[in-house]
Design a protein around this ligand. Sequence first.
Ligand SMILES: [Zn+2]
Length: 299
Amino acid sequence: MACVYWIHLAEHTNIITQGYIGFSSTTAKERWQHHKYDSKKSRKRSYPLYRALRKHGEKIIVSTLLVGSSEYCLEIEAQLRDKPNTGWNLAVGGGATMLGCTHSADTRNKISRRITGRKLSESHKAKMRAIGRTPEWLASLAKARQRSPSVPSAETRRKMAASQRGRKLAAETKEKIRQKALGHKRNVGRPVSERARELIRQKATGRRHTEATKLKLSRDRIGISVSPETLQKMRQAKRAPLTCPHCQKTGKAGGMKRHHMDHCKFKDQAQCPVSQKLSTDSWKPPPTLPAATEVSPRK
Ligand SMILES: [Zn+2]
């Protein structure tokens, strides 16, 4: 996507005759950075735009007028600047001399030689660090670009994932994502590979609802009527025998779930003391065994 932008002052009212109209194959913001950089080159210092930049400084406004295809943007730029020396423009619009071109290997080498080993000022370095452009980052970027122009390496992707993991989103952002996801149909019916299925299963195994969620779920089910067959199945499930993995006691599922399984008093013991006592004569109660008074018989 390309754009046409207007560099101007607040008091400017006529885009045809005032300020600077430009074309960018990326964004106005990016082009503006280049303008600021170019304004310091001695060859270009006397350009009207750069004189204006020095004169007005912070008062300069950069506005994007339109975003569209390069052809369309260049056409509009040509219409807005159809005569030379209009506003802060020197040339007529519509010409993007480098559009779609790449530098020759020779030129690339020249540019590379010019910037290789370049010493940056301390303030420049500080600015680069402030936006995350540390020397290590730049070096890894250069390496990645050499290897492949677009796909980051597995290592880089792992780092990218790690840097995003645990990131806290602003409530506003979360709400935006929520609104966008509401009622979405993007992944409905999407086939999931066996491997992905297994990974999902592993991640979900042992997952527990929080107490708050349980409360919500139970509240949502209040008043929902159940068919007689389902009711029958539920009763049967409650009466089915179940063995507690912590103390090996067997009983009806309803009571077992209540007093054993996850609620078993021996849950945190390495092994069931009852079965140990049966198997070895030299058994002594482990020091962590709860005292008789601490064990609540009813819950
Ligand atoms: Zn038990």
